[in-house]
Write a protein that binds this ligand. Structure first.
Ligand code: UDX
Ligand code: ADP
Length: 458
């Protein structure tokens, strides 16, 4: 029985290893993390992350061939294959601050692997890393005093939160990059063999390490670029009276373009897009390509503009002052289907609203604990899981995460309990705007003109 050890029990490591364990019963899969509380939670039915379908998979394999441990160093040498999925946030200090990846957790892991290994291993990079990091990883591993053979393989993760299990079960492709040497190709085959348990061979593509690393950054940059493109058009729609949903639909029906990732909203969030694009831009800059760097950076700048624009539109609609006004913030997760709030547009929007001295009441079906933590230093912020409670007495609702639950609410009841005039800013065009306007709401949409209530209801 071969042993896989995955370092990092987060949004990537946890679900990926659960699915590998499910399909590969002849492998022992161990997930390790320095965060003992997180590891403890993986052993209960309250998993540390919310991901639809994850608990069922974990329950089916936990204790069979999936195990969770917090003694990272003791586990390393048991592994034949190590997956590294530790976090690589954007650097907050020094050279490349705000742009380059912060590689300290990753390098610490590389050194741990080097120090604790006495037998040959394949080390698989799963964390999104700057291109050519595999080279640095090799340098650290080969500098190890223990005379151990390591082979470094890149296997970037393409799962999206909220659909992680489906994305892992039926990936569009699995990408594996390795060196062209015989030992590199043998390592590559080992990793192909794992995925081939459930992924058709033609969907497992192989390449060199650097192309694999760059493909991951590029895929995320392209996805984010589509969102910024449609959000840019949404701004123009609001000025001209066009409707961005209609524009997106018409554009997306061109088969060369395709319909996905053309939804205008309050901007993209999550731990990947911003980080990966800034990383890509930094890399271009470093390699003497400032024009290419500026091109990609603009995707992020437009995203910042979209969040500011949303708050400006609130301010403009509500008589240019939000001071002391109560605003119900519907949704704080970076997108529906997850408890993750990393880089959520909600955070940036709440900060801007707080700067305007608004009083916020935040509600979210899954991400309230993270919201509390993210906003712990913010003044005038309350939290409730109940959207009716959040909206009671509010001057406005700002819908920032498009949870489907928000479509099902009784908006007549909500309207009755709000201050008047009652404003609703729908950051995702999620709700039935005509019906809301008929109830009496002043409805503001993204990429379409506002809807006013009929005169008799105001
Ligand atoms: C993304 C990639 O999709 C995934 O392949 C990669 O491995 C990690 O990064 P994730 O960040 O989990 O996944 O979610 P995703 O569904 O891509 O959404 C990212 C953000 O884009 C969300 O904030 C979402 O609301 C936003 N988005 C998405 C839009 O604004 N418009 C769209 O049309 C689609
Ligand atoms: P991702 O979305 O990339 O999975 P997360 O932050 O959810 O990111 O998960 C990364 C995990 O990696 C965290 O739980 C963190 O505690 C863990 N981690 C970071 N550094 C190390 C390390 N040196 N050894 C073990 N685990 C680590």
């Amino acid at each position: 029985m071969k042993t896989i050890v995955c370092i990092g029990a987060g949004y990537v490591g946890g679900p990926t290893m659960a699915v590998i364990a499910k399909h590969c019963p002849e492998y022992r899969v161990e997930v390790v993390d320095v965060n003992a509380a997180r590891i403890a939670a993986w052993q209960t039915d309250s998993l540390p992350i919310y991901e639809p379908g994850l608990l069922d998979v974990v329950k089916a394999v936990r204790g069979r061939n999936l195990f969770f441990y917090d003694d990272v160093e003791d586990r390393i040498d048991r592994a034949d294959i190590i997956f590294v999925s530790v976090n690589t946030p954007t650097k907050g200090f020094g050279e490349g601050a705000g742009q380059a990846a912060d590689l300290q957790y990753w390098e610490r892991t590389a050194r741990q692997i080097a120090r604790c290994s006495t037998k040959a291993k394949i080390v698989v990079e799963k964390s999104t890393l700057p291109v050519r990091t595999a080279e640095a990883l090799e340098a650290i591993l080969h500098a190890s005093e223990n005379d151990v053979a390591f082979e470094v393989v890149s296997n970037p993760e393409f799962l999206a939160e909220g659909t992680a299990i489906r994305d892992l079960e039926e990936p569009d492709r699995v990408l594996i990059g390795a060196r062209a040497t015989p030992s590199g190709q043998a390592a590559l085959e080992e990793i192909v063999k794992i995925y081939a348990h459930w992924v058709p061979r033609e969907n497992i593509i192989t390449t060199d390490v650097w192309s694999s690393e760059l493909a991951k950054l590029t895929a995320n940059a392209f996805l984010a670029q589509r969102i910024s493109s449609v959000n840019a058009i949404s701004a123009l729609c609001e000025r001209t009276g066009a409707n961005v949903a209609h524009v997106s639909r018409a554009v997306g029906m061109d088969r060369r373009i395709g319909p996905k990732f053309l939804r205008a909203g309050v901007g993209f969030g999550g731990s990947c897009f911003r980080k990966d694009i800034l990383n890509l831009a930094y890399l271009c800059e470093y390699h003497g390509l400032p024009e290419v760097a500026a091109y990609w950076r603009q995707v992020v700048e437009l995203n910042e503009f979209q969040k500011r624009r949303f708050v400006r539109s609130m301010l403009g609609a509500m008589f240019n002052t939000l001071a002391g006004k109560r605003i119900a913030v519907f949704g704080f997760a970076f997108k529906p289907g997850t408890s993750d709030t990393r880089d959520s547009p909600a955070m940036a929007i709440c900060e801007l609203l707080i700067e305007e001295h608004a009083q916020l009441v935040v509600t979210d079906p899954r991400a309230l604990d993270n919201a509390r933590e993210d906003l712990k230093d913010a003044p005038d912020c309350a939290f409730t899981p109940d959207p009716y409670e959040a909206a009671r007495g509010a001057d406005a609702i700002a819908l920032i995460t498009g949870w489907p639950e928000y479509r099902e609410l009784d908006y007549e009841r909500i309207f009755r309990q709000m201050a008047k005039p009652a404003f609703l800013f729908d950051g995702w065009n999620e709700l039935d705007h005509e019906a809301l306007a008929r109830i009496g709401f002043h409805v503001y949409r993204v990429g379409a003109p506002p809807l006013e209530p009929p005169p008799e209801s105001t």
